[in-house]
Design a binder for this molecule. Structure first.
Ligand SMILES: Cc1ncc(COP(=O)(O)O)c(C=O)c1O
Length: 432
């Protein structure tokens, strides 16, 4: 591909000028590997973008998608339905904690953020508390790129350019001194959840609709919650009548060795967002899992039966091909026991990744399931440069890892062997 052939595509979240000088082009993929345009095999250390845990180009998904395209390629999402949308929703709620028994489909994590927070605001309006509009997010949180998502997210670079967003406030993150190099959940810091109560008191609960957090913050560099922190958050939400939304766009469907963080940590939110791994990345699909009480409130206050209870949705909500990919992807996770595999091998990965403690520039390592974040000391005045250099060096060595902020991130495919774990960790070590 000539350089001139690259100009038209304005790449998302990408250093376009740098990329177009030294492109990294992926032409094909197979299992845990990409194949580049110059024929190199690259280990996929982030499962795409936390999407493709079961490995690439799975025949079962390809067949399900092909079959669906030949049966029903599209059907209107509004006022009509198709069987797979109902079947997949039933299947998701069977896997989810009991009270999360309704599914609203989207196409992405960003749309899940907008959908869940719109449902939250509308819910309070429907039951007579219209002042409850404010959404509380968390510093370092990432919920996507929509106006809602950048408002509730807490990554400064994503706020710098856009100014005023949707009514929100933010609690602090949970990366505290003393917890560096913790394996799994830090044992101290649960009290950091109390800041939520202070913020609710500041604005008054009568003005606060919901809090949205990633149980484990992914894009921030795999920030793992202190033991007991999420439970405390749940208690504070209950005490003040504030809805709790878990953004499980990364953590759901196996990444942490369980179906959901809600099940792993035994804390049930009022809404739970999923995307990415639900189709193994093959076709865009997201979903907001909603508590029955909230759904029922809309049904009860919806007026005449022909009224639309929630005027919200997307042309591609419940796309039949995405639903087919979702069913096939869940089949793979179940049949191959991949979630159990992640749980069984997580301690091995933990031991291996923490061997990087003591390597040059490493100031923290965090891990849970098949996810890990490594914080690097920055070059003076150039906070993001070192992780980029390390990740690009890994790419040269045949390993794709993610860099973001001052972190390197790993989200191993669920099919990763121990030798492959060693390979990618050694590549990071050598690059450092
Ligand atoms: C936790 C979380 N929420 C939401 C999103 C946004 O998802 P999308 O890019 O599909 O809109 C992401 C994307 O990385 C994410 O990690």
């Amino acid at each position: 591909m000539g350089k001139s052939g690259m100009d038209a595509f304005w790449m998302p979240y990408t250093a376009n000028r740098q990329f177009k000088k030294t492109p990294r082009i992926i032409k094909a993929a197979e299992g845990a590997y990409y194949i580049t345009d110059d024929g190199r095999r690259i280990f996929d250390g982030l499962s795409g973008l936390w999407t493709t845990g079961a490995g690439h180009n799975r025949l079962e998904i390809r067949d399900a998608v092909a079959h669906q395209l030949g049966t029903l390629d599209y059907s209107p999402a509004f006022q009509f339905g198709h069987p797979l949308a109902f079947e997949l929703a039933e299947r998701i709620v069977e896997l989810a904690p009991d009270t999360l028994d309704h599914v609203f489909y989207t196409n992405s994590g960003s749309e899940c953020t907008d959908t869940a927070t719109k449902i939250a605001r509308a819910y309070w309006r429907q039951i007579g508390q219209p002042a409850k509009t404010k959404i509380i997010g968390r510093v370092k949180g990432y919920h996507g790129a929509s106006w809602g998502a950048i408002s509730f997210g807490g990554i400064p670079a994503n706020k710098k350019l856009w100014g005023q967003g949707v009514d929100s406030d933010h609690m602090g993150h949970t990366l505290i001194p003393g917890n560096e190099f913790t394996r799994g959940l830090p044992q101290s810091g649960a009290e950091l959840a109390d800041e939520l109560e202070s913020i609710i008191r500041l604005h008054d609960a009568s003005n606060v609709a919901a809090v949205i957090v990633e149980p484990i913050a992914g894009s921030a560099g795999v920030v793992v919650p202190p033991a007991g922190y999420l439970k405390r958050m749940r208690e504070i939400c209950d005490k003040h009548d504030v809805l709790l939304i878990f953004d499980e766009v990364i953590t759901a469907f196996g990444r942490i060795g369980d179906w959901f963080a809600a099940t792993a940590f035994d804390v049930v939110p009022d809404m739970l967002n999923v995307a990415k791994q639900i189709t193994n990345g093959a076709i865009p699909l997201g979903a907001v899992l909603v508590k029955g009480d909230i759904y029922d409130a809309f049904m009860e206050t919806g007026g005449a039966e022909y009224n639309i209870e929630l005027p919200h949705g997307y042309t591609y909500s419940s796309h039949p091909v995405a639903c087919a990919a979702g069913m096939a992807s869940l089949d793979i996770l179940e049949k191959e026991g991949l979630i159990e595999r992640v749980a069984a091998l997580a301690p091995t990965f933990e031991t291996k990744i923490h061997q990087l403690q003591g390597s040059p520039h490493v100031s923290d390592i965090r891990n849970y399931g098949f996810a890990a974040g490594i914080t690097l000391e920055p070059y003076p005045g150039e906070p993001t440069r070192r992780p980029m250099e390390v990740a690009l060096s890994c790419w040269e060595k045949g390993f794709y890892v993610r860099y973001g902020g001052d972190t390197i991130q790993l989200g191993l495919p669920f099919i990763t062997t121990e030798a492959e774990m060693d390979g990618v960790i050694n590549a990071i070590g050598e690059s450092l």
